[in-house]
Unconditional design. Structure first.
Length: 555
């Protein structure tokens, strides 16, 4: 084993969405030094940078940790793919490029769950600080941050049909699902700028890498947090066959995400004492919540055949793909410059639900999210799933070997309410597609199929076809001092030790209403001010929408 006395002010583990933000913010002064350790490598591939190629990096071991769950008992024993980014930019380099902040009431709930100072009024200024919105800013949206966001052209006529059908079904249209009113149907933002993926690496890390006070080391697997008593003083990591250690003068910052962060904490002696002892790991701090409270979003694809040849199916042959790729390389526009999730919807599953608990992504093609299967005909689909599952899972150690993949079980669909919400997803989506706006386009129901009507049939369809939306979170949750399951406090500091924080989606107390990249970036923006001891941005006073009839009506 080789060793080194290298020192930095901050050692950041993980160059994902949160780690890239911290690398940028903590070195802005030009004086504070930081080292980022990332096990993956370069993100310079065309398949990462071209938005419409999003399915390709997700399916490459070069860029994806390729985790899988244990057999999920309520899904017929299926082992579910749990992709996590293993590349500069982390999952923001392999995700679907959707920019959804969550509902304002998600953050009000966080505060009620013990995350003091993380209410909507507190987090909105950090969403605004992060964002550079193509259409400009307002009291909800930012126009001068590092992270580029934009809308698609919404040029395919099926997007207009989707929005018209929603209105015909009695749902509101909203001008901005990330603004005053999330509830309803409208355009969906994407993390694309000038036709290129606006990953956290492109937005935050690459500009910061020009600074002499930041160093980024790829192909570096963190193996343990180093302690002097209860004080975190550095990190040991493997690189090129050697195990090396680096010291942190100020803090060690763990940004590995909802799977890797709890694994590294446990390998370092922070976690449930019995689990650590069973793996022969000395206990530094007994933290029962590490790796527990695992949450995710599930979704399925409601697919319809299209009677007119206007879908993206026409673009799936090799010659068309070549043309799309060449146009993107030359001009950074065209079908290659969008994720094609250009419209969306947020609705409530039933009366008495206070704010939306179902999310839609609409796509003018019938295909699986990861690109593994494509319908053999023109079609369109809605990705739909519940946002507030009551099921809870865990991430646990398989062994004390840092190279061993952790044991992941989400316990998907383990709560009866989840089944009721999934059935509502099927029925409410079928109603949307039956509206007059789709009459000229609507062919047969490819999936679930017109015969899938009874509860038992819907439940069997869900067991066989539901997929992860790839939003693991909440495994190192933020909470109050009297909450024994909380892992970090309201400033992201790990309880019971010093100079150690976790900053990523794992510290969410509960999952947000939508995709997780935007709130993860917000978490890191706010955490940076806590780490630096800066005054927090002034609280916002922007109001937010709540359906006036939510107690009595579903829409």
């Amino acid at each position: 084993m080789s060793s080194t006395q290298e020192e930095f002010d901050y050692v950041i583990v993980g160059a994902g969405s949160a780690g890239c933000v911290l690398a940028h913010r903590l070195t802005e002064d030009g004086r504070s030094t930081a080292l980022v350790l990332e096990y993956g490598g370069s993100d310079r591939s065309i398949f990462i940078q071209m938005p419409s190629a999003l399915a390709i990096p997700m399916n490459r071991t070069e860029y994806n940790w390729f985790y899988h769950t244990e057999p999920e008992p309520h899904l017929g024993g299926r082992q579910m793919h749990t992709p996590r980014g293993k590349v500069l930019g982390g999952s923001s380099s392999i995700n679907g490029l959707v920019y959804i902040r969550g509902n304002a009431q998600d953050f009000e709930r966080w505060e009620a769950e013990g995350a003091r100072g993380w209410g909507y009024r507190n987090v909105l200024p950090y969403f605004r600080r992060a964002e550079r919105r193509q259409e400009g800013g307002d009291r909800y949206r930012g126009d001068s941050g590092p992270l580029g966001t934009c809308y698609g052209t919404v040029g395919n006529p099926l997007h207009a049909a989707w929005l018209a059908a929603a209105r015909e079904a009695g749902y509101p249209l909203t001008p901005d699902v990330n603004g005053y009113q999330q509830e309803g149907f409208g355009r969906m933002d994407m993390t694309v700028e000038d036709g290129v993926r606006a990953s956290a690496a492109n937005a935050y890390l690459r500009p910061a890498m020009r600074r002499p006070n930041l160093e980024v080391r790829t192909r570096s697997r963190a193996t343990a947090i180093l302690f002097d008593g209860r004080r975190a003083v550095g990190v040991s990591y493997q690189r090129g066959g050697d195990t090396t250690s680096v010291r942190a003068r100020r803090e060690v910052l763990i940004c590995g995400g909802a799977i890797n962060s709890p694994q590294l904490l446990k390998l370092s002696g922070l976690g449930p004492a019995a689990e650590l002892a069973a793996n022969g790991i000395p206990v530094v701090q007994d933290l029962p919540g590490v790796g527990e409270n695992l949450q995710d979003h599930l979704e399925f694809y409601f697919q319809m055949a299209c009677r007119e040849p206007i879908t993206l199916y026409s673009a799936m042959n090799p010659l068309a793909k070549l043309g799309i790729g060449l146009r993107w390389m030359l001009f950074k526009n065209g079908l290659g410059a969008t994720n094609h999730f250009e419209t969306c919807g947020f609705i409530r599953s039933r009366a008495g639900v206070r704010f939306p608990d179902i999310q839609y992504h609409f796509l003018p093609m019938a295909v699986s999210y990861d690109g593994s299967s494509l319908a053999n005909e023109h079609g369109f689909q809605a990705h739909v799933g519940p946002m507030h599952s009551k099921s809870r899972g865990y991430v646990r150690l398989a062994s004390a070997d840092p190279a061993a993949k952790p044991v992941i079980r989400f316990n998907y669909m383990s709560h009866p309410d989840d089944w009721a919400e999934m059935r509502a997803c099927v029925r409410l989506t079928r109603e949307l597609f039956s509206q007059p706006a789709f009459a000229r386009y609507r062919g047969r129901e490819i999936q679930p199929g017109a015969e899938c009507v009874a509860d038992a049939a819907i439940d069997e369809f869900i067991r066989q076809k539901v997929e992860s939306a790839y939003h693991p979170s909440c495994t190192c949750k933020m909470g109050a001092a009297d909450d024994p399951s909380a892992v970090v406090d309201a400033e992201a500091r790990v309880r019971g030790v010093e100079n150690l924080r976790v900053v990523d989606s794992s510290i969410m107390p509960s999952i947000t209403n939508g995709n997780l990249n935007a709130p993860t970036i917000m978490i890191a923006e706010k955490a940076a001010d806590h780490i630096l001891g800066r005054p927090l941005l002034p609280a916002a006073d922007a109001p937010y929408y709540e359906a006036p009839n939510w107690q009595a009506s579903q829409r």
